[in-house]
Design a protein around this ligand. Structure first.
Ligand code: C2E
Ligand code: MG
Ligand code: MG
Ligand code: MG
Length: 273
């Protein structure tokens, strides 16, 4: 009997594993066509200071699959990163984000848009030259663009990361470490990287109103920000208690559902006008 059960379990596992592999494979295949078939759109989520003044936004990619419906970037970006599709995706996002910045009028010249770039792409010369070319083409102020890069992937290749961040700094583009606190940044690395921003991961924000350890981590990141003169942005500000918590840190910029849910980039731009 036990053997039968075990056997069933193995079969069940095999099937679900097969399902997962199939979905992954299909997503990878379909992603190759997603751009040309206009299935991708950009959303923007606003960022605010403690006075609820608009400071900018983060550009977030959305994919509406013709049969599978909405697929989260949390699912398809890692798949794209395992193949060369990520280059095409990042380039598409970057180009369209620069076009958004170009549409901001002079009244909004202090707003900054943040764009997520895959760690795999970030270290490569082709990304840096694409960025330079596009900034010149759209004639935007480079400091209106912030490149977000996830902490773990930034530090995988520290030598080329330092070079890339320095190159961006010379261009005038800002660099932010995304999901900060989830990787293994040492102070030595932080000192070597000429970045401008730290983004507190939402996993620390979530319980911070009731969990003193998370609160201490936020304290520490805010202090690091002061020490290195970096802008600090908190993601995942979902409710009033999160918002209230950050009143203690008036220098921290906030982003989260409590303040603004991501909306289509075209609507975001329209509202500004
Ligand atoms: P991320 O860069 O950390 O982006 C923040 C994510 O948190 C977004 O999910 C956003 O919708 C979500 N979020 C915003 N406010 C709240 C909140 O109050 N509570 C909670 N629980 N979540 C909130 P999204 O859009 O699903 O993106 C997931 C991840 O996918 C991003 O995490 C980023 O790593 C990646 N990603 C998104 N767009 C792009 C892109 O254009 N290029 C690349 N390379 N990666 C992208
Ligand atoms: Mg991000
Ligand atoms: Mg993040
Ligand atoms: Mg995060």
């Amino acid at each position: 009997k036990a053997k039968e059960k075990g056997g069933n379990r193995v079969t069940f596992f095999d099937n679900s594993f097969g399902e997962q592999a199939k979905r992954r494979f299909e997503i990878e295949q379909d992603l190759r066509k997603a751009i040309s078939q206009n299935e991708l759109t950009l959303y923007v989520q606003s960022q605010f200071d403690s006075q609820q003044k608009l400071k900018g936004g983060e550009v977030l990619l959305r994919w509406m699959h013709p049969e599978k419906g909405f697929i989260s970037p949390a699912e398809f970006i890692p798949i794209a990163e395992e193949s060369d599709i990520i280059y095409e995706l990042d380039s598409w996002v970057l180009t369209n984000s620069l076009s958004l910045i170009q549409q901001l009028d002079d009244r909004h010249s202090t707003l900054s848009l943040s764009v997520n770039i895959s760690g795999r792409h970030f270290h490569e010369a082709r990304f840096l030259s694409l960025l330079k070319t596009k900034i010149e083409f759209y004639e935007i102020k480079p400091n209106q663009l912030t490149i977000e890069i996830i902490e773990g992937t930034l530090l995988n290749h520290i030598e080329s990361a330092i070079e890339a961040v320095q190159y961006l700094k010379n261009l005038g583009v800002r660099v932010s470490i995304d999901d900060f606190g989830t990787g293994y940044s040492s102070l030595t690395y932080l000192k070597q990287l000429p970045i401008q921003e730290l983004k507190i991961d939402r996993s620390f924000v979530f319980d911070a109103p009731t969990d003193n350890n998370d609160k201490l981590i936020i304290d520490m990141i805010v202090s690091l920000g002061k020490l290195f003169q970096l802008k600090v942005v908190a993601e995942g500000v979902e409710n009033q208690s999160h918002f209230d918590l950050f009143q203690e840190y008036p220098e921290v910029i906030m982003q989260g559902y409590h303040l603004h849910k991501p909306e289509p980039a075209s609507d975001w731009i329209k509202k500004l006008k």
